[in-house]
Design a protein around this ligand. Structure first.
Ligand code: CMP
Length: 140
């Protein structure tokens, strides 16, 4: 199995509740290593650029408003099969559908305030990592 990198965001509902450490522990316990991490306040421009693929969706404006409503923690995670592994530990987008023991089942408040984002493919992971990090900010 190849070592891979994926991109993660700990969202404003989680920073507000001071559970960034608890979530990071779940990521680490799932075999993922945090090789870059930065707490930021996303600008509207960053949120709209990052979620550009969802621009036509009815929830796009609310999503961008939510993602800029408080601090987030952007992270690069490394590990075997990191994209799939991260998606497994995150659980389904809607916490109502998420399996027991996943981050979203444990912590998410709603489909919008769902505590974490994770890349859905290695190709998108690279795009999303490059959106927030320079190569020398990632230390594996
Ligand atoms: P994320 O993985 O960050 O990618 C896009 C986000 O849009 C997703 O998590 C959800 O938080 C949000 N989202 C997806 N579907 C809906 C929806 N139907 N209503 C509101 N937000 C949604």
């Amino acid at each position: 199995m190849a070592t891979e990198r994926t991109f993660s965001i700990i969202k404003p509902d989680a920073t507000r509740r001071n559970i960034t450490g608890a979530i990071t522990k779940m990521l680490e316990d799932a075999g993922l290593r945090v090789v870059a991490s930065r707490r930021i306040r996303m600008t509207r421009e960053q949120a709209e650029g990052f979620y550009a693929v969802h621009r036509e969706r009815p929830f796009f404006n609310d999503l961008c408003a939510f993602m800029t409503s408080g601090p987030v923690v952007v992270q690069v995670l490394e590990g075997d099969d990191a994209v799939v592994r991260n998606r497994e530990v995150m659980g389904a987008t809607n916490p109502a559908d998420a399996d027991e023991g996943t981050i979203r089942k444990t912590y998410a408040e709603s489909i919008e305030a769902n505590s974490v984002h994770g890349s859905d493919s290695p190709e998108n992971a690279q795009v999303e990592i490059d959106f927030f990090f320079k190569p020398d900010e990632i230390v594996g």
